[in-house]
Design a protein around this ligand. Structure first.
Ligand SMILES: Cc1cc2nc3c(=O)[nH]c(=O)nc-3n(C[C@H](O)[C@H](O)[C@H](O)COP(=O)(O)OP(=O)(O)OC[C@H]3O[C@@H](n4cnc5c(N)ncnc54)[C@H](O)[C@@H]3O)c2cc1C
Ligand code: FES
Ligand code: FES
Length: 1271
């Protein structure tokens, strides 16, 4: 095959990018779920007789499948130095690249789309990104940048006459135009080879024989010769167990080129697809048939097309075939068989015998009087596996509504497809009316049972869905019958239940303040300049930790982790692991030369578990080998025997056994006992807020290089905390810190997950690297297993309030699931208490925070650091009070807001308090009052089964490390004799644009353009004793340190400026140099000991729509107004607002970590753990940076905002709660009700109680062992 036009030959172990010297394509998950590895594969298609271009996931594409293909990666389409491709330029300049780790994948998805369609529609663009994830940007800027390729251009909703308010962060008229004639050609050599008759191909690897037969006869012979061989087409099914479960298929048959398996035939009964036809081809053929055939004939085709919209992402559909789907008929070697429930005898099993193969699938036409629907309900709409899926088919007696045949088929209700035969039988002969509906529901409820401990959990929800989806089918068919038989028409109030899920293309507005008139054009502070690495990130040239070229004698490390949550280690057997080729050594606790005791704030954990393990995923040891694959294979066969102890998994377990870390923190203001006495009413409640996985796209990575003398070691790490890594590695190696240099170029995202938990991996790698360089980049499943995430919280509260809605007293208790070590939990629980009243002035407050000691991997810092959980509990009691008083929630919230000069519960006076201003602007630009009226009308008059909700939520977020000593920073600035400046500071770059802002600060401070200033990396040998890049405080602290260093240099240069006022920067620098002036300076800054240096404020309003029958929700509108002081860089700040908002949206509506009752994490990758995708962006998104609100407490009057906007997503959660309230009122329910976070489709559906939920009650708790427990 050819890789970027270079001929490649397959060699064993050639899969790593570094082998071919390319750094562009990234590995984010290795399971086809994130799209970071997207490349374009082009080939001459022997059956279609043309060249086809497909975006595919490189992580799942077997290298042997590339025979005669041309592979184009991000590195092959443009570079910064030569020529940028327009897709690279536009994502960067539209601010669509923050950490950049997802960017190459985005670029290649868009590039491939343009290769196939140079003038795509917005729908095409959205479809192209269904398989790509980004954790930083919130997606809006990526779409915005790529909208410029679309036929219809739309640059937002806003028009403003005020010249000081801007809404354009880049100028699309300056973009390089797309010129399809300039694209890389398909190599003629491959074209010629592709046209030649196929021949059998064999590739023999270390453990696998890959055979690509060229004819059906060859395939059948091979299959009978190797009955246990595996057929592989797209490898999207087979590849995963091979990677993650160590499964081995020694013989693989690849039938992708056999003509019979690629044919598409139109027959009298339907369309027959060869078994190797991809889902993309299937979709194209069906779409064409739907356009050409009479509509009654294509009912099944339409249903399949609707399902294909939600089947995986484009990259998967381009290669995968439709073997696993609920389709109708299949033919194999010996004849045709109906694809009914007998076809799937067990989980992932078919009726095929080992020597048989599937030849084709026939999808039949439908007839007049036949109706067919398919439904799929999944946690996330796009690219997600179904919770419940179904196909429903009914045939009526001619010209009547009497059922002649009916077939219902459900997935997700058992390990195989289930057909409720009794129900189907009962309905034959019935008229399609309310009585049939009742009979069907009662019968389905009896027939579609699931044991309460069924794998996958959500049992009442899944059962309810079978009824709800049948109800949708019932209404849909009723509607068709009304049209076909001229029966009574379905009234609009009910008909919304029949609508297919649809979301308009998103549109957005970003508002920010223009720089003052007269600001020099060379002064970039306040201007929306692009992230300084964005172009390199878009071309794949930006270097991340694992892109560092391999050292000659380098080894790879894999972790050996515990499979038990709480146990004594009895023995460790490495016998089998030793036999894996390439294994060099094992590392266990006894091999640590220094101290095995570690911990970022308290020394309460071990680097490697010695006698006891305290969580599943506890690191016990490591294997080093010549390749990553060998190390991982060996690690998986190390046998550990345990003596198990009872684990404590959940917060409730910890409360029951009083398992808490000390101290218990309390915070008080006023007299709560008196406050409750003075209140008209008191209510009590609780809310559980689930944890969250950081899901930075770049997993943890360390490369450790021993220097060979005096114990020196150099570490390249993806970490937010270079100094802490240095200190703890030195401690473990038993050397002084001055022997260890820790270097951080950039991270592919951090979000708090690399503030402390990255250190253990770095330490293990360092211990293994005492003699030879060692590298380890964790796989996604390992990273999710070992590193912990956001703390789950339980908030219990008691609120005293007046009939007017005014709150008088609050008593709140937080329980945070800290896991198996203290890590940063004390400060996290403390911050939750600092934010327990959110932005409300409550006269009497008492808060208590517990750190629950459990047998889960230690939870840790995550954007917001406990603040969002504290504020979420506050909004829960606020919502309860509003519901109890029957007053609109925005009125209750408004009346309780703080005012300028009020005191917080920790006695900090609120100065320059701008929430009122944010609130008014948010009400104004969201058209809140008008929206409120429209929502009420929508709910009351027109929609029984779809409801809308609206909410407005404030936030006040304290800026500072609450551990006072951390509020310090350093910088080092060198001016070289050519006038160029090398800037170093203590902060690390993880995509948040810190380096860009620091260059802007230095540029203004020194009075030189940004282009003269360069930041290479963060390192402990340039700036010592740095604080972690965290607490949103980094641009404040480091910005002041940079400013301080620049001031020193300016003073030194001042005499030369005075002497030569017309001279250039270079003249002054040179003159000073020859005068023997020191042109290097360090800077330092620390700030006060107050709880917070200042607060960031914001207000957000959201409107949502929920489907009461399935629990699916979509965010229709969000307005966010944030006070960022005088923004240093509006593009970066808006990027932070939107990215944090989307991460919050994931936290509060989607992301769920599931743990087994034994404490094992079940959600270990993007297949099971869903972060928001492109389809989750609000349909309308407005972000406004508050104007005219300078902040006198930080650099150039700015404010930081890495963390504060995350909580703005709570407005979506409470809008959902508002919509559920409307749904519940249809069932006569009113008043406060409990809604835990995240508000998933399951929780939404269960809360919308109705006649269907009543038929599927939950089992009595304690009578069964659930599949997963809430931790
Ligand atoms: C990110 C991601 C998202 C996904 N989303 C979905 C989803 O939304 N819905 C869903 O249902 N599935 C989903 N899947 C699962 C999977 O992609 C599909 O089931 C797909 O149809 C498998 O096709 P493939 O060609 O890649 O299979 P392969 O991995 O190549 O093979 C699949 C199985 O079929 C057998 N096989 C292949 N061809 C033949 C033949 N001719 N005769 C007999 N046996 C044969 C193979 O031996 C193997 O057991 C997803 C997978 C991934 C990785
Ligand atoms: S790395 Fe391939 S899709 Fe995630
Ligand atoms: S920029 Fe997309 S993951 Fe960081």
């Amino acid at each position: 095959f050819m890789l970027n036009l270079v001929k490649m030959e397959v060699r064993p172990h050639a899969a790593h990018d570094a082998d071919v010297g390319l750094t562009g394509t990234k590995l984010g998950c290795a399971e086809g779920g994130c799209g970071a590895c997207t490349v374009m594969i082009s080939k001459f298609h022997p059956h279609l007789k043309c060249i086809v271009h497909h975006a595919v996931n490189a992580c799942l594409a077997p290298v042997c499948s590339l025979h005669h293909c041309a592979v184009i990666t991000v590195d092959g389409i443009g570079t910064v130095a030569s020529r940028l491709h327009p897709v690279q330029e536009r994502i960067a300049k539209a601010h669509g690249s923050q950490c950049g780790f997802c960017t190459p994948g985005m670029v290649m998805s868009m590039y491939t789309l343009l290769r196939n369609n140079p003038e795509p529609s917005m729908v095409d663009i959205e479809e192209a990104f269904q398989g790509n994830l980004c954790r930083c940007t919130g997606y809006r800027p990526i779409l915005e940048g790529y909208k410029t390729f679309a036929k219809v251009l739309d640059f937002g909703l806003w028009y403003c006459e005020d010249p000081t308010v801007l809404n354009q962060m880049y100028d699309p008229s300056k973009f390089i135009p797309l010129d399809p004639t300039q694209e890389v050609i398909f190599p003629p050599e491959l074209l010629n080879l592709g046209k030649q008759p196929p021949r059998q191909m064999k590739f023999k690897g270390e453990r696998v024989l890959w055979i690509q037969p060229s004819t059906l006869t060859e395939l059948l012979d091979l299959k009978s010769h190797y009955p246990e061989s595996k057929l592989v087409v797209g490898n999207t099914e087979v590849g995963m167990p091979m990677k993650f479960k160590n499964l081995l298929y020694p013989v693989i048959l690849a039938p992708a080129y056999i003509s019979e398996l690629n044919s598409v035939q139109h027959t009298k009964q339907g369309i027959v697809f060869g078994a190797a036809c991809t889902l993309t081809l299937l979709g194209e053929v069906l779409r064409d048939a739907v356009a050409k055939l009479p509509t009654y004939q294509t009912e099944v085709f339409k249903a399949i097309l609707e399902q294909l919209r939600w089947f995986a992402g484009k990259q998967i559909r381009n290669v995968a075939v439709c073997l696993e789907q609920t389709i109708i008929k299949y033919c194999f070697k010996f004849g045709a068989v109906l694809m009914d429930d007998n076809f799937f005898p067990g989980y992932r099993k078919t009726a095929l015998k080992p020597e048989e193969i599937l030849l084709s699938i026939e999808i039949p036409y439908t007839k007049k009087g036949q109706y067919f629907s398919a439904f799929k309900q999944s946690p996330r709409q796009e690219d997600d596996i179904a919770i419940v899926t179904c196909g429903m088919n009914v045939v009526f007696k001619e010209g009547s509504n009497i059922v002649e045949k009916i077939l219902l088929s459900f997935g997700g209700m058992a390990p195989t497809t289930v057909i409720p035969k009794t129900t189907c039988k009962k309905l034959i002969g019935s008229a399609w009316n309310e009585k049939l509906l009742e009979d069907a529901c009662a019968s389905l409820a009896e027939e579609m049972v699931l044991p309460p401990s069924a794998p996958g959990g959500m049992v009442p929800y899944r059962r309810t869905l079978t009824l709800s989806l049948f109800f949708k089918f019932y209404l849909t068919v009723k509607h068709y019958l009304a049209v076909d038989l001229q029966h009574e028409v379905l009234i609009r109030y009910y008909s919304s239940a029949t609508e297919l899920f649809h979301k308009d293309s998103p549109s957005s507005v970003q508002l920010f303040q223009a720089v003052p008139p007269g600001q020099s054009s060379e002064d970039f502070v306040g201007r929306p300049i692009m992230h300084l690495s964005a172009l390199k990130q878009a071309t794949g040239e930006a270097v991340y930790c694992d892109d560092i070229p391999c050292y000659e004698n380098e080894l790879h490390l894999a972790l050996i982790t515990s499979t038990k949550a709480h146990a004594h280690i009895l023995s460790i057997d490495t016998g089998e692991a030793m036999t894996v080729p390439g294994v060099v050594a094992f590392v266990f606790a006894k091999d640590i030369p220094g101290s095995n005791i570690t911990g970022p704030a308290f020394y309460d954990e071990s680097v490697l578990a010695e006698k006891m393990v305290t969580c599943v995923g506890h690191i016990v040891g490591a294997v080093v080998a010549d390749t990553q694959a060998h190390a991982q294979r060996a690690a998986k066969v190390v046998k550990i025997t345990y003596d198990e102890l009872k684990p404590i998994i959940s917060i409730q377990d910890a409360i029951d056994s009083q398992s808490f870390y000390q101290p218990v923190r309390t915070m008080k203001k006023g007299d709560t006992a008196q406050g409750f006495k003075d209140s008209d009413h008191i209510l009590e409640g609780e809310i559980h807020i689930g944890g969250q996985e950081h899901f930075y796209l770049e997993t943890n990575c360390t490369v450790a290089v021993p220097k060979g003398e005096d114990g020196e070691m150099e570490l390249f790490v993806s970490t937010q905390t270079a100094s802490k890594t240095q200190a703890l590695v030195a401690k473990a190696l038993g050397v002084p810190a001055n022997r260890i240099v820790c270097r951080v170029k950039r991270m592919g995202g951090g979000f708090g997950g690399k503030e402390s938990r990255s250190i253990i991996l770095s330490t293990v790698v360092a211990v293994a690297a005492m003699k030879r360089p060692v590298r380890c980049m964790l796989d996604r499943d390992e990273d999710m297993l070992v590193t912990g995430g956001r703390h789950p919280f339980l908030g219990r509260y008691k609120v005293g309030y007046m009939t007017s809605g005014k709150i008088i007293a609050l008593d709140v208790t937080f329980y945070a699931n800290a896991g198996n070590s203290k890590d940063l939990s004390f400060s996290i629980v403390e911050r939750a208490l600092f934010h327990m009243e959110n932005s409300y002035n409550i006269p009497h407050v008492c808060g208590t925070g517990y750190m629950c000691k459990t047998n889960l991997p230690s939870n840790t810092a995550f954007r917001g650091f406990g603040g969002p959980q504290g504020m979420m509990v506050a909004e829960s009691w606020m919502s309860d009070v509003a519901l109890a008083c029957g007053i609109p929630s925005y009125e209750v919230r408004r009346m309780n807001l703080y005012n300028e000069g009020d005191l917080t519960p920790f006695n900090q006076r609120l100065e320059q308090f701008t929430i009122g201003k944010c609130w008014e602007e948010c009400l104004d630009i969201s058209n809140y009052m008008k929206r409120q009226g429209a929502v009420e009308e929508f709910n009351r008059y027109f929609h029984r089964w779809t409801k809308r909700g609206l909410s407005i939520i404030p936030t006040k977020f304290g800026i500072s490390f609450t551990s006072v000593f951390l509020n310090q920073a350093g910088a080092l600035v060198h001016i070289y004799t050519d006038g160029s400046v090398l800037l170093t500071h203590g902060g690390t770059e993880m995509g948040q644009g810190l380096h860009t802002k620091m260059v802007q600060v230095a540029s203004r401070a020194l009075g030189i353009p940004c282009s003269k200033i360069f930041i290479s990396e963060t390192s402990t040998n340039t700036v010592a004793n740095t604080s972690p890049t965290a607490a949103s405080a980094s641009s404040d602290l480091n910005g002041m340190a940079v400013y301080n260093a620049c001031q020193t240099l300016l003073q030194r240069l001042e005499p030369y400026k005075v002497k030569n006022p017309k001279g250039s920067w270079e003249d002054w620098v040179n003159a000073a140099y020859f005068d023997r002036v020191n042109l290097s300076a360090n800077g330092f800054y620390n700030n006060s000991g107050r709880a917070f240096n200042y607060f960031s404020y914001g207000v957000s309003c959201s409107e949502v729509e929920i489907d009461c029958l399935t629990g699916r929700q979509k965010t229709l509108h969000t307005t966010i107004v944030m006070d960022v002081g005088k923004s240093l860089n509006p593009a970066i700040d808006i990027g932070q607002v939107e990215g944090a908002f989307m991460q919050g949206l994931g936290l509060f509506t989607l992301e769920e970590l599931h743990y087994s009752p034994q404490g094992s994490l079940l959600t270990r990758g993007p297949g099971m753990y869903k972060i928001p995708a492109f389809g989750d962006i609000p349909v309308e998104l407005q972000v406004s940076l508050l104007r005219d609100s300078p902040n006198d407490k930080a650099i150039f009057s700015s404010k930081v905002l890495g963390e504060p906007p995350l909580f703005m997503a709570a407005s979506v959660f409470y809008a959902i709660k508002d919509a559920i309230t409307a749904a519940r009122s249809e069932s006569g329910l009113s008043g406060p009700f409990r809604l835990d976070s995240p508000a998933t489709s399951e929780r939404i559906r269960n809360a919308c109680e109705d006649r269907f939920t009543k038929l599927c009650p939950p089992a009595e708790p304690g009578t069964y062992t659930p599949w997963a427990v809430r931790v």
